[in-house]
Design a protein around this ligand. Sequence first.
Ligand code: UT7
Length: 323
Amino acid sequence: MIAPVEIAGVAKVVPERIVTNFEMEKLVDTSDEWITKRTGIHTRHIVTEETAVGMAVEAAQKAIAHAGIDKNDVGLIIGSTITSEYVTPSMADYVKKMLQIDAVAMDISAGCSGFIFSLTTASSLMDTLHIDTAVVIASETLSKYTDWTDRSTCVLFGDGAGAVVLKKSSKPCLHYPILAGTADTEDVLYGYRERRNTPFCKTESIEKEYLHMKGSEVFTYAVGAVEDILRQLLEKCGDQPYNKIIPHQANEKIIDYVIRKMEMKYEQCFINIGEYANTSSATIPIAMFDAYEKGWLKKGDRVALVGFGAGLSCGGVVIDWTI
Ligand code: UT7
């Protein structure tokens, strides 16, 4: 069961430093034209001194302020990240410590699908543990795990964080969560954690590792998974279909393809990959914030969120927007 909840606050935090495609041309053998045409990306925000946990703390603070709640009302904090600076405690625990909140806290690692997985976990736990208020934060610094000499990956990613406050409500506003996974038999998307030798190790230590991706295989998975989830959500919505979608921002061509297949209007889909590139699990909450701030997402809208990523994993959920 998921609890009847609404989104009461939303926030984003992105690093100050903006890196353009023209700057990328100076780092690797690429061009603004190639990146724009193949992905829709023009710029990305990249950390200089900011950290994943630092951005998570700030995003949580801003979302709590936006919701207008007392931080002490928060009973659950879920962090979505694959790039936290800490092995332990979790990013969510760090937020708990910095905000001085006594709450249940944990992280979820589900690649770029992480925010949808976290939102679903939070609303389920709110029901199971009888918690009235939760904060879900996605914060990522993919730039720290990217090989900046590999043109096929370094142009694609950016850094940033987004957060939402979930509050129990009389009317359920979060509907039909779908989480799914397919075995990644071809190793299309993975990255090792760095680790050192011990006196007992028989395998080599890994002290410098990067994200590996077979882009076209991920692309093929993504277009199928996103369309499938959107169709399932539409069916579940019955005579109250969603009118807008906020998809994971990995490549504008994936989004274009799905809009065409779903026979939706371009204006029904929020796209901001041009500015931020792919911030992994943070793309959806960052897009939610921008969509709300720009007035694209309005009170009364029924919006489908859909994500996909490493694992391979994918997920979707429908939200009635109430703020
Ligand atoms: O968040 C979830 C994870 N990620 C994704 O969803 C990514 C999904 N995949 C994609 O977005 C696309 O597959 C990419 C943008 C990664 C690649 O686009 P593509 O149209 O699939 O290109 P490709 O990998 O088939 O490569 C085509 C050519 C290759 O050259 P040759 O072999 O044809 O001579 C690449 O070496 O483009 C070359 N290339 C580049 N050229 C200029 C690859 N990266 C670049 C680059 N600049 N940055």
